[in-house]
Design a protein around this ligand. Structure first.
Ligand code: TXA
Ligand code: MG
Length: 309
């Protein structure tokens, strides 16, 4: 797999129907030309992603927003002014130019402008919007550096652009603007509180609303190791003793993540999951956090990672 050094190379691959992984401020994305249904199909195949789970379209200008959507619902401009470029994905009515495979047959499209200089340069050089899911094998923890991408996709995609470590480490917040009040379909790097300061009350879509956000019904973010959520440090210690899991040399039976601060936890969570798998850990004990602000996002990811076992 090619490690891109010149943006023109990446743009050439995109314009010839290839797939390029690229950095964003949240996690790495697996990108293709959003107007090219055949290229987008390759993404679903490489990830092993179910075809009913739509992709996010990444843009670098307001002109591209017009190309991919059809009219601006209420509150769009104030949210864009405040949060773009940034980790807020807006769900709006799609334009005819977006092939159905991108939106998994939905009449809406999820759009965001990433706050990462390399991502913006990449989209601009490609001269098309970039459809991209997170750059991980379906169901696994997302990739927060280029090495993670190589681990999952070596030999299966055309190239990766190495932009170092992702700043946030958790995905964007997905906000549905086609309903009133607007609904958070996936909590993310921008908090509910931040959004409400701009447009007033929004709701959290129930996790059961499969039709609205197909991605929510699938297993996500999960390492091979069993993720055990613990309310306190004492509980972690108790549970670990029970399992007689002691970190000793290479024979690591379990590993614990103890709360330091939310930003740090969000930034490193997926990396730590991946490291635990590399070491062959059987269990990962994680101290839970309170569900305010970024805590709501972290708990969403932890619950999903801990379920389906
Ligand atoms: O931070 C991020 O959002 C990263 C970076 C690469 O931008 N991308 C990402 O993509 O996390 P992905 O594919 O892993 O998650 C996209 C989420 C899924 O839950 C999907 O169901 C939802 O967005 N989604 C996409 N289009 C939608 C639509 N039209 N209506 C409702 N949900 C949609
Ligand atoms: Mg994902």
């Amino acid at each position: 797999m090619l490690r891109i050094t010149h943006m023109a190379q990446a743009a050439h691959i995109i314009r010839s129907g290839g797939i390029v992984a690229f950095p964003t401020e949240t996690v790495y994305g697996l990108g293709a030309n959003a107007f090219d249904g055949r290229a987008v199909k390759k993404i679903f195949k490489a990830k092993g992603r179910p075809s009913d789970n739509p992709l996010i379209v990444h843009i670098a200008s307001m002109r591209q927003l017009k190309q991919v959507t059809c009219g601006n619902p209420q509150n769009t401009m104030s949210l864009i002014k405040k949060f773009w470029p940034g980790p807020l994905t807006l769900v709006m009515k799609k334009s005819k130019k977006i092939p159905h495979i991108v939106t998994a047959g939905l009449q809406t499209v999820a759009v965001r402008m990433p706050d990462h200089p390399v991502a913006l340069r990449f989209i601009k050089a490609s001269r098309v919007p970039i459809a991209a899911p997170s750059a991980n094998i379906s169901g696994k923890p997302s990739a927060t550096n280029a090495k993670h991408v190589m681990h999952d996709f070596e030999g299966r995609i055309d190239a990766v652009i190495d932009g170092g470590q992702a700043k946030h480490g958790v995905e964007s917040t997905v906000l549905d603007l086609t309903v009133h009040p607007a609904a958070i379909l996936r909590p993310g790097a921008i908090t509910k509180e931040q959004i409400e300061r701009v447009i007033g009350s929004v709701t959290f879509a129930r996790t059961g609303s499969v039709v609205k956000s197909p991605g929510m019904k699938y297993r996500h973010y999960a390492p091979l190791a069993k993720v055990v959520l613990c309310a306190s440090l004492q509980e972690i210690q108790k549970r670990r003793r029970k399992k007689s899991a002691v970190i000793a040399g290479k024979k690591v039976a379990g590993v614990s993540f103890v709360f330091i601060n939310e930003r740090h936890l969000a930034k490193n969570l997926y990396h730590w999951f991946r490291e635990a798998d590399k070491k062959g850990c059987g269990s990962i004990f994680v101290q839970t956090v309170s569900e305010n602000g970024l805590g709501a996002t972290i708990m969403n990811r932890l619950r999903k990672a801990a379920s389906f076992k």
